[in-house]
Design a protein around this ligand. Structure first.
Ligand SMILES: Nc1ncnc2c1ncn2[C@@H]1O[C@H](COP(=O)(O)OP(=O)(O)OP(=O)(O)O)[C@@H](O)[C@H]1O
Length: 298
């Protein structure tokens, strides 16, 4: 019997990559002896969660998110805690979870991999009850996502220019962190919470993250000047941030953050607003995902 698979395509994701005809490629490349496909397009932000939830209620075995990290987050939050597995065809710019799982960035290659994929369970996390699957954070990374959300320009070059501009305006704030029975009152430039190892674009904020270990990886950067920022950026690309002298790295089941000043926060790169207290939790092995056969998870 063929396996039902529902593709949820976000028509507005991946605008900077030019048009990829995903239905055409599926028609050409998807293994029709193995799969019985159905394709739907999202009509509005948040629609993917509704479609995914309905598919899970109908016991459809696989729902495939076709889009960027925002679409993956929306589909995954509709599937977490169910038996329906998430597959990903990356169409965005960051694609953090897809990269972590070893899914190719090229859609044709990703379909070929999907044809032979296998299910595997991964952890999921929440920040103040908002689900995330890759990374969340407070401080500079969230500030950047808020500025990017307000901008109409997209693409890696715009992003890098904007990060540099905002870097000089950004002031760290003091917060109290509670994790692993310890309390730490400190200035915070960034506190990143990671389920997967990277933000996307192979920027490894949590190179030691294991997506199945029931632990959140926490990367704390207290202060940053330009010289240290260059070192941190190098550490992000070379997977060496955990041993950088300017970052501290923890693994924990839960983390609480309290501050007198509001911090901006993001979940999977989407700006979520501001809060003065945060609770980050992990739910072990609560999402099934389709991963490449014999993939090396990184
Ligand atoms: N039909 C739609 N119309 C408008 N917005 C949509 C629609 N479907 C989904 N969205 C929204 O589009 C936003 C961007 O999606 P996504 O993150 O997948 O793409 P991207 O921004 O190109 O990728 P990346 O985040 O990797 O750069 C999401 O916040 C999602 O809610």
């Amino acid at each position: 019997m063929r396996t039902q698979i529902k593709f949820i395509i976000n028509p507005v994701s991946g605008r900077t990559k030019g048009g990829v005809d995903v239905p055409g490629l599926l028609n050409q490349l998807l293994d029709k002896e193995r799969f019985e496909p159905e394709i739907v397009f999202t009509q509005y932000a948040g629609h993917a969660t509704e479609i995914a939830r309905e598919a899970a209620a109908e016991k459809i075995p696989i729902v495939c998110a076709v889009g960027g990290d925002g679409t993956v987050n929306e589909v995954a939050r509709g599937l977490m805690g169910t038996q329906t597995a998430l597959a990903i065809l990356p169409k965005g710019s960051g694609n953090g979870l897809a990269r972590h799982l070893g899914i190719p960035m090229n859609v044709s290659h990703a379909i070929n991999i999907l044809n032979q994929g296998q299910p595997s369970a991964i952890d999921t996390c929440t920040i103040n009850n908002h689900p995330f699957f890759c990374t969340a954070g407070i401080g500079f990374d969230a500030h950047v996502s808020s500025v990017f959300a307000a901008s109409t320009r997209r693409g890696l070059q715009t992003y890098v220019q904007m990060v540099l501009r905002e870097f000089f305006n950004f002031k760290p704030q003091v917060a109290e962190l509670a994790l692993n029975g310890q309390k730490l009152k400190t200035s915070c430039f960034v506190v990143a919470f990671a389920n997967a190892s990277q933000y996307g674009n192979n920027a490894y904020i949590a190179p030691m993250a294991d997506i199945r270990d029931g632990l959140v990886d926490v990367c704390l950067i207290r202060h940053l000047n330009l010289a240290k920022a260059i070192g941190i950026s190098y550490g992000l690309i070379t997977k060496q941030i955990a041993t950088s002298p300017d970052a501290e790295y923890f693994k924990t089941q839960e983390i609480l953050v309290k501050s007198e000043h509001a911090f901006k926060f993001h979940a999977d790169g989407e700006y979520m607003g501001e809060a003065t207290s945060f609770k980050v939790q992990i739910m072990p092995l609560t999402l099934h995902v389709i991963v490449p056969r014999e993939e090396g998870l990184n």
